[in-house]
Write a protein that binds this ligand. Structure first.
Ligand SMILES: NC(=O)c1ccc[n+]([C@@H]2O[C@H](COP(=O)([O-])OP(=O)(O)OC[C@H]3O[C@@H](n4cnc5c(N)ncnc54)[C@H](O)[C@@H]3O)[C@@H](O)[C@H]2O)c1
Length: 338
């Protein structure tokens, strides 16, 4: 029987948690129980702003509370495993931000804890809920641009927060940002990745503001992912460009190129399909926040109805394996079979 009200805990009340809480507020059967952040002031302000019943700084304390049924895990990635396992041990369901974890062993630890305790466990790869993801899959599977497809995605910029450069924080841009593409491409190609390679550098070594980070992750990386379907994803990412380079002069590209045409744009933008005969069709961009509402709603429904979550721990682990495979290839110079 569906539970009348779900008590929500948010652990890590920073940037992305705002998207989660907006999703939770949409659901009449969700109660904002406790906001937890290691920074007491941040937790207090957040709890007040959103109307949580309590605030605290210790996630173990938050997850042991009787009035909590589930948790949005929105801490830096290095903490996702400990918070998830703690939640599972307390019988609380988990929706965990991407990247699921920074090692495959940690992914396994999370999956095992969820299986052992029978909690619902979902990874918040919200691009799954973009209309553009479904449209790209539909166009490619219907042969609109032929097959195989080579997708090219490139993104450069500057991020001055050490956690985004720290191998043990968010894992660097190939793990933190590109994980979105690794999840979406699996859905778009309806196929699993089989082989990866990468080359890269660590531009952050030259940045004064990152000198205290013990282990910097490569931050200028080019990766290639081959799918069982024969399609290929190529990605270029950098979060360590000189800050004075303005956003409009940064690299921003996403194109799906096939033998019968191409699609300009991607999951987060408008799509322009150009067919072999030169005819064109456009598909408008989707509303970003709706994807978060949908992921939260589907997770909550799975909890209420004891149903399946749409994105499992195994899905999250698969995307982490692509990112780590690329980084391994950067380090060794060898390609990696998954
Ligand atoms: N889905 C997306 O599009 C998207 C976008 C941004 C970030 N993210 C992911 O969300 C996660 C968080 O990123 P963010 O940008 O919100 O970071 P953030 O730094 O803005 O927020 C993280 C919060 O976690 C808190 N925290 C750290 N250690 C804690 C602990 N032990 N207990 C409780 N709180 C703790 C920090 O104080 C901070 O307030 C990362 O995994 C990131 O990759 C996803």
């Amino acid at each position: 029987m569906a539970k009348d009200m779900l008590g929500v805990c948010v652990v890590g009340t920073g940037n992305i948690s705002e998207r989660h809480v907006s999703g939770w507020k949409e659901l009449p059967y969700a109660r904002l129980a406790v906001a937890c952040d290691i920074d007491a002031d941040v937790a207090e302000v957040y709890a007040k702003k959103h109307g949580f019943e309590a605030a605290c700084t210790d996630y173990k304390e938050a997850l042991a509370r009787d009035d909590v049924d589930l948790v949005s895990v929105c801490t830096p990635a290095g903490l996702h495993p400990d918070v998830t396992v703690c939640a599972a041990q307390n019988g609380k369901h988990v929706i965990c931000e991407k990247p699921m974890a920074l090692t495959l062993a940690e992914c396994d630890r999370m999956i095992e804890a969820a299986q052992k305790t029978g909690i619902k466990f979902m990874i918040a790869h919200m691009e799954r809920f973009s209309k553009q993801t479904a449209k790209l899959r539909e166009l490619i599977s219907s042969g609109a641009i032929g097959r195989p497809v080579m997708v090219l995605k490139g993104n450069t910029g500057f991020n001055n927060r050490p956690v985004f450069h720290d191998k043990h924080g968010n894992g660097g841009p190939i793990v933190d940002g590109c994980i979105h593409a690794f999840d979406s491409w699996r859905v778009i190609f309806e196929s699993d990745p089989v082989h990866v390679m990468g080359r890269g550098f660590t531009f952050g070594e030259f940045r004064e503001e990152l000198k205290d980070v013990k282990e910097l992750a490569p931050d200028m990386v080019s990766g290639m992912v081959e799918y069982a379907s024969g399609d290929v994803g190529t990605i270029i990412t950098c979060n360590s460009m000189p800050p004075a380079i303005p956003p409009e002069q940064q690299l921003r590209v996403e194109e799906y190129i096939g033998p019968m045409g191409k699609i300009i744009g991607g999951v987060r933008s408008k799509l322009t399909l150009i067919r072999a005969d030169g005819s064109m069709e456009e598909f408008p961009a989707d509303n970003f926040q709706n994807w978060f509402h949908e992921e939260i709603r589907l997770f909550a429904e799975a909890v209420r109805s004891d149903g399946d979550v749409p994105i499992t721990g195994a899905d999250g682990k698969m995307s982490v394996s692509v990112a780590l495979g690329i980084l391994q290839s950067v380090e060794t110079g060898e390609s990696v079979r998954l």
